[in-house]
Design a binder for this molecule. Structure first.
Ligand code: AMP
Ligand code: MG
Length: 422
């Protein structure tokens, strides 16, 4: 039996970041940028109005007050966002301007409508009154102008290779006019359920049989962490059928099987890996999930396909996925932060650890007045899948700790949370 760290280290040393692909930015959420992004122009491209108002020269409005407004001559039509004027603002003149419109030559300040008498002038409805505007307030020079390049300077490195795409990164790429970008490919993860007892969902249940639930929980986990699940269905506990089914996963980046890795008469997954591929380790010092096999198959071209043989019990399959398969997917996608966020929580239950394995106990964490508290979600049998439904975290009990009790502080890996990436 090897430790969780040793197992993870061995698995990760087999996998590399996948190739980059170019795709529409709308499809890149959660993927990792595979190129440095530079800006080919300033953003904003031109000085422009931050508010609706009048473009003026500061010198024309100095000393303006509500009682002694500075009256300026309004020249030209208003400038809307998207259009440019060649009229120039001179001392004593103003041009009506809308938010986002480029500031005309000569102007250095934008006075918002609220600081002018334009509303009263409009109400008076005389054409001539609109040819002038009274400025009622001296405001600092440069007010309400967004300067060219104040967000992004031309030539600047805007997003680094390795950056994980969130909504803001995608928005920034769009503001640079980029429709596509280069990201590291998402891994295709083949999922095969094994067991003579398994029935496809949607079919009637026969006596002694159970539905294959692992494939679906695992596929959802693959999706959650950014992989593309490829369901291979169910293989019976039979060597040659299993070999055939496993071959269907040879075009994937990672092959995950569930079941068939214990020491029972029908546990043939291990045998297949030993004969047709290469076993790296079998059995990890953890609970649940002791019977876990890792190795590699090679396809006809010699390409290696890493194989994680997860235990069949549904909770064990999900927990070992979180601990071992999730980091594989993240690494293949080019992510460097492979850990889940953890919190320190005060335990409200007792967790026994009889045989020196690392325990991952299903807990529900609540926050009360800034402190976290964790309670076991009922029976910890590795077949009790509903205990995973109740849980939002896995409390980690170290190998050497015999028991943790109410009041003890434990580290909890938060399943539903994501750690911020770079
Ligand atoms: P195994 O590891 O094959 O010995 O399976 C351990 C337990 O998990 C047995 O009770 C199996 O019936 C159950 N099991 C195995 N595969 C699945 C699956 N795909 N869906 C639900 N339960 C399963
Ligand atoms: Mg089985």
């Amino acid at each position: 039996m090897i430790s969780v760290e040793e197992a993870l280290h061995r698995i990760l040393s087999f996998v590399d970041v996948l190739e980059a692909e170019t795709k529409p930015i709308t499809e890149c959420l959660g993927q990792v940028l595979a190129e440095d992004i530079y800006s080919e122009f300033d953003i904003p491209a031109l000085d422009n109005a931050a508010m609706d108002g009048f473009a003026v020269q500061f010198s024309s409005i100095t000393g303006a007050t509500p009682h002694r407004p500075k009256v300026l001559r309004v020249i030209s039509d208003e400038i809307a966002a998207g259009s440019i004027t060649d009229r120039e603002v001179a001392p004593g003149t103003a041009i009506r301007i809308m938010t986002g419109a480029p500031v005309p030559k000569g102007a250095d300040t934008v006075v918002t409508f609220e600081d002018t008498d334009e509303k009263e002038r409009r109400a008076s409805a005389s054409e001539s009154s609109l040819r002038e505007v009274g400025i009622r307030q001296e405001i600092p020079k440069g007010s309400n102008i967004r300067w060219a390049g104040e967000d992004i300077k031309k030539g600047r490195l805007v997003l680094n290779k390795g950056r994980v795409f969130g909504p803001a990164e995608i928005g920034v790429l769009a503001s640079l006019g980029k429709a596509t970008t280069s990201v590291f490919r998402r891994p295709v993860v083949a999922i095969l359920a094994t067991g003579n007892e398994l029935i496809h969902i949607g079919n009637p249940l026969a006596p002694g049989k159970i539905y294959n639930s692992n494939s679906y929980g695992l596929a959802a986990q693959v999706l959650r962490y950014g992989g593309i699940p490829k369901l291979l269905g169910i293989a019976p506990d039979n060597f040659s059928f299993l070999v055939e089914a496993i071959h269907q996963g040879f075009d994937s980046d990672l092959l995950i099987t569930s079941g068939g890795v214990s020491v029972g008469d029908y546990d043939v997954v291990k045998d297949v890996l030993a004969k047709e591929g290469e076993i790296n380790f079998w059995s990890v010092r953890m609970k649940p999930g002791r019977p876990l096999v890792f190795g590699v198959f090679r396809d006809k071209t010699g390409r290696k396909i890493p194989h994680l043989g997860l235990p069949g019990n549904p909770v064990s399959a999900m927990v070992t996925f979180e601990v071992f398969a999730r980091p594989v997917i993240l690494k293949m996608m080019g992510k460097t932060n492979l850990t889940k966020p953890t919190v320190k929580a005060v335990l409200r239950s007792t967790i026994q650890n009889e045989d020196g394995r690392r325990v991952f106990a299903r807990v529900k964490v609540v926050e009360e007045e800034g402190n976290y508290f964790a309670t076991l979600t009922g029976s910890q049998g590795s077949n009790i899948l509903t205990s995973m439904v109740q849980a939002n975290g896995l409390a980690i009990v170290p190998e050497e700790m015999r028991m943790v009790q109410p009041g003890d502080v434990v580290e909890v890996m938060m399943l539903g949370w994501d750690k911020p990436q770079n």
